[in-house]
Design a protein around this ligand. Structure first.
Ligand code: LLP
Length: 433
């Protein structure tokens, strides 16, 4: 077992992913390639659904935050597993629709929905809009009224929580670009407007405090603030909030220095706090929505690369260059995110070499990690970066005109192409002159 149970080493000394030899996968599908163990994703979906229902009640629903990994097949998995989804753009809505995802179980997010986004989502029959601000509320109210419909919404509320994660992925603080803050009075203002707005049914509230969070405390703190706010709405407006979406954000184990979170336990702990708070505050337990992204898909993934060369700069550092980099995984360049890497064809050897993993772009910041523990490498080796299922493919670009890698899904020992490797023709498909 390496970091997670589905990563292991076989008798040839090769890395296996869900029991399949990673070196064989690289041979069959080429590199770079994203590999996904579908069984892990499905198991995670089941864990969340079971725990949510058990601890919050039968109507509780986890949504898959599809920004973490978005392609047609993933919506089919979410639908089959009985989850809802969080979509954040017209593009994600389009893919969900293409996959046949039930529109009534889609929650439409985003801090700046365009008129076209709003129109498309209404035409599609999206179940719930998560409204970010008063301008959006007004635009939605007008569009819904024009169509003669009443649109169900949640309001995105900023609880004012600092969850101690990377600044760029922290969203629950008062000065966030997302939502309306309680302390400034803007949250109560938008609640009152939503209650009064034509074409709008205010079903509930949403908060999301950030991502890659390992402690339960920030979630409980946010939940406490939200439950208090629900009580305040009842007292001030006589209005009952029926649904509370607690967002996503639970962390994932990327390296042996990270803890492994038991998501069922985490849901149970948050539920205990929420139920106690509701009882104390005289608030009826609302329908609870959870919105995990990373914790459903990250661990399922690994990226396979081919080593192009090793450069040792005496007295400084060693570089291992691979045939991908920041275009397929920008997370080190953006957040200095830490990963576990290994040489897949010699995975049984000790990781006693220190190296910086360099991508192939014309940019010094194009790194997948620095000072990483790995086996000594040589040209032609297959290098695997583990736990790349979330925010890799979905954040990939064509920088330096590198085609995006394919997504290969493994299920019970069978490998299928879920997303094809981009071709050079794909890279010019939209070039008009
Ligand atoms: N709900 C909302 C409203 C969100 O904004 C997000 C993530 C989620 C749910 C899911 O959070 P998760 O369970 O995945 O932590 N690109 C960054 C992460 C950005 C997260 C954005 N919002 C990264 O690569 O770390």
């Amino acid at each position: 077992m390496i970091i997670h149970n589905h990563f292991d080493v076989n008798s040839k000394g090769h890395l296996t992913i869900g029991g399949t030899d990673a070196v064989e996968l690289a041979k069959e599908f080429g590199t770079p390639a994203y590999i996904l163990d579908e069984n892990v994703i499905r198991e995670n979906c089941r864990t969340y659904l079971r725990a949510a229902r058990e601890h919050f009640g039968a109507d509780a629903l986890p949504l898959y935050a599809s920004k973490a990994l978005c392609f047609t097949g993933i919506y089919k998995i979410a639908a089959e597993e009985g989850l809802g989804v969080d979509c954040v753009s017209g593009g994600e809505l389009y893919v969900a629709k293409r996959a046949g995802f039930p529109a009534d179980k889609i929650y439409f997010h985003g801090n700046n929905k365009t008129d076209r986004d709003i129109a498309d989502a209404l035409d599609m029959g999206v179940g719930t809009f998560v409204v970010d601000n008063c301008d959006e509320l007004e635009a939605l109210s007008e569009a819904a009224t024009r169509r003669g419909i009443t649109q169900r919404i949640l309001l995105r509320i900023t609880p004012g929580i600092d969850p101690h994660t990377h600044r760029a992925i922290m969203t629950g603080n008062v000065d966030s670009k997302f939502g309306s803050a309680i302390v400034t009075g803007q949250a109560m203002d938008i609640v009152k407007r939503a209650i009064a707005a034509d074409g709008i049914e205010l079903a509930g509230l949403h908060c999301h405090i950030g991502s890659q969070i390992f402690d339960i405390e920030p979630f409980s703190d946010a939940a406490a603030i939200m439950v208090r706010f629900i009580a305040q709405i009842k007292a001030e407006c006589g209005y009952e909030i029926k649904e509370l979406n607690l967002g996503g954000g639970l962390g994932v184990r990327y390296t042996e220095y990270d803890r492994d979170i038991d998501y069922a336990e985490a849901v149970k702990d948050i539920a205990t706090v929420v139920k106690n708070l509701c009882a104390e505050g005289g608030v009826k337990l609302p329908k609870i929505i959870l919105e995990p992204g990373r914790s459903l898909v990250a661990a399922a993934g690994a990226t396979l690369y081919t080593v192009g060369g090793v450069k040792e700069i005496p007295g400084f550092k060693n570089y291992i260059s691979v045939d991908g980099g920041m275009p397929d995984n920008p997370r080190y360049a953006l957040y200095q995110s830490q990963y576990t890497a290994l040489i897949a064809n010699r995975a049984n050897e000790p990781r006693d070499y220190r190296a910086t993993l360099a991508g192939r772009c014309c940019e010094s910041g194009d790194l997948l990690g620095e000072n990483m523990e790995i086996q000594k490498a040589k040209r032609g080796d297959i290098l695997a970066v583990l736990v790349t299922g979330a925010y890799n493919y979905s954040m990939a670009s064509n920088y330096n005109k590198l085609p995006r890698p394919p997504v290969i899904m493994l299920k019970d020992g069978v490998a299928r192409v879920a997303v094809k490797r981009e071709s050079y023709e794909d890279l010019v498909a939209n070039d008009v002159i």
